[in-house]
Design a protein around this ligand. Structure first.
Ligand code: ZN
Length: 434
């Protein structure tokens, strides 16, 4: 399998992006930093917005979601928006507010399950903490990003000698009693709490008494890697869906002067249903679009005309064929790693794709010289969903659900293909140019 230098560079950039983004809040900060470096201006929701023709901007809502846009050269009512949507969050373990306690001298951390991770994959990994901590400062409460770089916590497996059927029945972990992590020694729960608070405070270089609250996620400190005899695969945490966020960002950054207004919208909370102030089910994207229309002087009718001329690509990862589990897939819709972006279809609108939007995406693939594949879930298995149907219902904009093929979705260590990432970037560039 031929892997071009360019494809490898894109894949390496993705792995670097993920390694710098151990939480949704870090992902948003990294996206914002890249946007700023490319001349995008940071707007704030509580300030008035004024635009320059052809200007490039971004806005963050509550740290976990970010919308970037480049105003198009053509009239908005006629050209509409070219939107790419993806999500910044990944399933995993989150630290409870009063997390630390002691069990027979071992310091433990209570965790909540965020979304639907494959819990067994979180055992025996080098886990650390990342996210945001709200602290007292002289200027009032402030939110600070934090990342402990060392492995500080672990969920050791029970030895097979006490779990004799683990290979026959799979690893079953009770979410309340089986998941608390071990993070040190503490004679009692007060000491355990102090140990945790001092670790966080030390990282922030503040006294522990200034910590008020946190949103903290566990992440695996192992960096992303290439694998396969020709190094044609990648492995990392959070490929679902930081790979699509990264592809959207790369495509937007390379679209110098788009004709239609290009939007890259990256949302938190997809893994828990998107119903939040920052999630795709909230008002964020519509608010931003309304303000773009208002600031550029569009009438209500022109705004609705612009919607009718728009196209939304919802990019999230797809289930690649696993040769050891062929029976889990719809036989005529196997999609393969390194064989190109996948169009996802579900007649019951778990995916937003229809014949017209699928054809439009196929046209973009053709223009980009990229292959494409088509996926449907087995008819007798429940199909997952994405932000696609949510956005389509909210905006009334033509929408397609796509994504790159991957293995082990929602494992702490997922896999995908080097070639597919470069192909997705190329197709999304065509989307933003069209
Ligand atoms: Zn996803």
């Amino acid at each position: 399998m031929q892997v071009s230098v360019e494809a490898r560079q894109h894949a390496q950039a993705l792995l670097d992006f993920i390694d710098q983004s151990p939480s949704p809040w870090h992902a948003v900060e990294n996206v914002a930093n890249q946007l700023k470096a490319h001349g995008f201006k940071n707007l704030r929701e509580n300030e008035p917005w004024q635009f320059k023709k052809g200007g490039k901007y971004f806005v963050i809502r509550d740290g976990g979601s970010i919308i970037a846009f480049a105003l198009g050269q053509a009239a908005l009512a006629e050209s509409g928006f070219r939107i790419l949507g993806a999500h910044t969050d990944s399933p995993g373990l989150r630290l409870k507010p009063k997390a630390a306690y002691s069990t027979e001298g071992l310091a433990q951390l209570g965790v909540e399950v965020y979304g639907g991770p494959i819990l067994a994959t979180f055992t025996d990994r080098d886990l650390s903490l990342a996210g945001r901590v709200v602290i007292h400062t002289e200027q009032g409460l402030q939110s600070r990003l934090i990342r402990i770089d060392q492995a500080v916590a672990r969920l050791p497996n029970l030895a097979i000698h006490m779990n004799r059927e683990v290979n026959e029945k799979g690893l079953v972990l009770n979410k309340q009693t089986g998941l608390p992590l071990i993070f040190g020694h503490a004679a009692n729960s007060d000491t355990a709490k102090q140990l945790l608070n001092e670790t966080l405070a030390g990282k922030l270089a503040i006294p522990a008494s200034l910590i008020v609250s946190w949103d903290l996620a566990f992440y695996d400190i192992q960096k992303g890697s290439f694998w396969g005899l020709e190094q044609e695969f990648i492995a990392d945490s959070q490929l679902d869906n930081l790979a699509s966020c990264h592809a959207g960002l790369e495509a937007l950054l390379s679209s110098e002067t788009p004709q239609a207004t290009a939007i890259c919208a990256l949302f938190d909370h997809e893994e828990v249903g998107s119903e939040s102030a920052t999630g795709a089910g909230g008002s964020f994207l519509l608010d931003v679009i309304e303000r773009i229309c208002h600031s550029t002087g569009l009438t209500q009718e022109d705004k609705l005309r612009s919607f009718a001329n728009s196209f939304f690509i919802s990019a999230d990862m797809a289930h690649a064929f696993h040769p050891n589990h062929a029976g889990s897939y719809e036989p005529c819709h196997h999609v393969h790693v390194n064989h190109g972006p996948v169009i996802k279809t579900n007649a019951n609108q778990r995916y937003s794709t229809n014949a017209v939007t699928a054809a439009r995406f196929i046209q973009l693939c053709d223009k980009a010289g990229a292959p494409y594949q088509q996926y449907t879930h087995r008819t007798d298995l429940g199909c997952g969903s994405t932000i696609g149907p949510i956005m389509a219902a909210q905006l009334g904009i033509a929408t397609v659900d796509v994504g790159n093929p991957m293995w082990a979705m929602h494992s702490i260590r997922e896999s995908a293909g080097v070639l597919d990432h470069a192909a997705m970037i190329a197709v999304l560039k065509q989307h933003f140019l069209a």
